[in-house]
Write a protein that binds this ligand. Structure first.
Ligand code: SF4
Length: 301
């Protein structure tokens, strides 16, 4: 038996970045401490917040919903609710929508399911057949649109997503490799823009593997199915590179995140937030005259 580095109990995880074995209790303590650290550092949760959680039913969002409910259940001034977007991906989305329903019900959290079909007249599967864009283009634009609109209409002050340290460092590195500093600036926390609900990512200091271990230790439903449309060759190369690098030199994902955070003041100065217009068709916020969702809908007829 391998013992915990902090007590006599059996270890459930080896944290390569800290070079420690941790038992269930100390791992959970450490996991939750890093969430609170991120929340405090970027003022993700403030007094009287009403927080919408993007709950897809996948492992990250399920664990996020559980953790936020657990950590903030005593805060009477806070409200949590969950939004699930049903894109209409046959065989893939229905089981996770079911998981989302059960998790929200068990935690006693208000939950809404919003579908592409009801709002845009067609499922993602149908969009893919009709249009000539990649599935993820339709999915990304329409999902963000519905999440933001629903969160705003339901009175949310923040929108929490389950992006973890692995997701964030991949995006940071991708933006560097593409020399896309404008996109990089969009990763800066606490961006306030009228009509856009502020995004918060409480798992930004948590490895993906840790999300899985935490979920399993709490018997949370863990869905590992991959979307049939998932095709990100460049991101996959960056993910594999980061994985190898982290394996050889543990803690490097934290280094990437730290480097990014040191650049935040420069990014804020280089890309100050612009005032958004209202889309002349649907009224949603957009930097242009017509928002991306309305443009794509027009293309799809
Ligand atoms: Fe949507 Fe699937 Fe693409 Fe993810 S991989 S953005 S769920 S189509």
């Amino acid at each position: 038996m391998i013992g915990c580095s902090r007590c006599d109990r059996r270890a459930v995880i080896f944290q390569r970045h800290s070079n420690r074995h941790l038992c269930k209790r100390h791992f959970i303590e450490d996991f939750e401490r890093r969430i609170k650290l991120a929340v405090r550092k970027f003022k993700m949760i403030e007094k009287n917040d009403r927080i919408a959680i993007a709950l897809s039913g996948g492992k990250d969002s399920v664990t996020l919903t559980y953790t936020l409910a657990k950590l903030y259940e005593k805060r009477r001034d806070l409200e949590l609710f969950a939004i699930t977007i049903d894109e209409g991906i046959s065989n893939y989305r229905p089981p996770t929508v079911e998981i989302a329903r059960k998790v929200a019900e068990q935690l006693g959290i208000e939950h809404v399911v919003v579908s592409f079909e009801e709002n845009f007249g067609m499922t993602l599967d149908e969009m893919v057949k009709r249009g000539d864009k990649k599935p993820c283009t339709y999915c990304g634009v329409f999902r963000k649109y519905l999440l933001n609109r629903t969160a705003r209409e339901m009175g949310a002050t923040k929108l929490a997503t389950g992006h973890n340290l692995d997701d964030e460092t991949q995006t940071i590195l991708l933006n560097f490799l593409n020399a896309d500093m404008e996109r990089m600036a969009r990763l800066v926390p606490q961006r306030v823009q009228e009509g856009l609900i502020m995004r918060i990512k409480p798992f930004r200091y948590i490895y993906e593997k840790e999300v899985v271990v935490y979920g399993l230790l709490h018997n949370l439903p863990m869905d590992f199915e991959e979307c049939p449309y998932s095709y990100f060759p460049v991101r996959a190369s960056v993910r594999d590179f980061l994985y190898e690098f982290e394996n050889k030199y543990p803690g490097r994902k934290f280094s990437v995140m730290n480097s990014f955070e040191k650049l935040i003041p420069c990014l804020r100065e280089m890309y100050p937030q612009i005032d958004l217009n209202r889309c002349e068709r649907c009224g949603e916020p957009t930097p242009k005259k017509v928002c991306q969702a309305c443009k794509l809908l027009e293309e799809l007829g």
